[in-house]
Design a binder for this molecule. Structure first.
Ligand SMILES: [Cu+2]
Length: 332
């Protein structure tokens, strides 16, 4: 039988490795399946490409090892040493160059993803001409916790803002909705500067450009929404911005991803992505009803008052008394 020439083998192996790697890149099921924000596909595509490259490298390296183990096995009865091979400059240059090219390409791609996510533009709207000021005069100052947290351009002095700002398409535009978020041991508190609502859960409308202004009252927390593929540290004395567009109505977990104390594990809440109509209903229900009304709590447990929400966490914990009372009597 005629031997199959080496170039044909190389080609066939190359095609098989490529196909298997692409398949693995899209079928690894490592990430949470749901993508619920505009950021999620960007992050996932990047991750998928890394899985593809990783799979190809794994197959080639392991394949070469297994092939060599079989092909170059010591024959029975052969007690001689192997060939004294030392160094192969072209080969070494080749296998140094490939990882270098891969790393640089991934680096460039990651910068592109970072830019698309708004990583280079936190705080940019402070100089923009958007409608934020008209909509939300209190937008830039969180009214929960101390010290007073500001962001953006205050008194001509640029205060550093961390996180993710507007996507390139939205750059210079004000967000559709601003929410101030404070992390404290061991809960998240959400305040809506436009309407004065305070809640223990995050409510956002689908398809809208949402800006979260994130800070912490006591220690560093980390605000993580896995289905949004967003995670940002909440730091005492500093504001971080997270801007995103929720793309899928539903309820998703918000998790503290920074070990912040004894009850860190309980520091969870949820984000409810409403349809636009549901969101305005929620806004109305929250602005029309006094938070002290026990009826609100009784009618819909999902919209418990914040004092109620925090009660579970505050017992025996060192919760800031002022903040809790602020929550209980927050103006509506
Ligand atoms: Cu925490």
């Amino acid at each position: 039988m005629k031997q199959i020439p080496a170039p044909i083998w190389t080609l066939v192996i190359g095609v098989v490795v490529t196909l298997v790697s692409i398949w693995a890149g899209y079928n690894h099921h490592i990430l949470p399946t749901e993508q619920a924000s505009s950021t999620a596909p960007l992050v996932d595509n990047f991750f998928n490409v890394m899985v593809m490259i990783g799979t190809a490298l794994f197959l080639m390296v392991e394949g070469a090892i297994v092939f060599s183990m079989i092909k170059f096995r010591q024959p029975k009865g052969d007690e001689t040493d192997g060939l004294p091979i030392e160094g192969n400059l072209p080969l070494e240059a080749f296998w140094t160059a490939i990882p270098a090219v891969i790393c640089i390409a991934l680096g460039v791609y990651s910068v592109f993803v970072f830019q698309e996510m708004g990583g280079f533009a936190p705080g940019d709207h402070a100089h923009g001409h958007g409608t934020l000021m008209a909509q939300a005069p209190a937008a830039i100052v969180t009214d929960v916790g101390s010290p007073m947290i500001t962001e953006g351009d205050i008194g001509g002095q640029k205060i550093p803002v961390y996180g993710f700002g507007a996507s390139p398409e939205e750059e210079g535009n004000a967000p559709d909705l601003a929410v101030n978020v404070t992390g404290l041991q061991f809960a998240w508190v959400f305040t809506y500067p436009d309407s004065g609502i305070t809640d223990g859960e995050l409510h956002v409308p689908v398809g809208k450009d949402v800006q979260v202004n994130l800070t912490a009252q006591d220690v560093i927390h980390s605000f993580w929404i896995p289905q949004f593929r967003l995670k940002q540290d909440a730091m005492p004395g500093q504001t971080a911005e997270l801007r995103f567009v929720p793309t899928k109505p539903g309820t998703y977990s918000i998790v503290c991803a920074e070990l912040c104390g004894a009850y860190h594990g309980a520091m969870r809440t949820q984000v409810i992505v409403h349809t636009e109509e549901d969101f305005s209903h929620w806004l109305e229900s929250r602005t029309a009803t006094s938070p002290q009304s026990s009826q609100t709590v009784a009618i819909n447990p999902a919209e418990r008052s914040d004092a109620d929400y925090l009660a579970a966490y505050s017992q025996g914990l060192d919760l800031d008394a002022q903040l809790v009372s602020q929550l209980a009597h927050s103006p509506h």
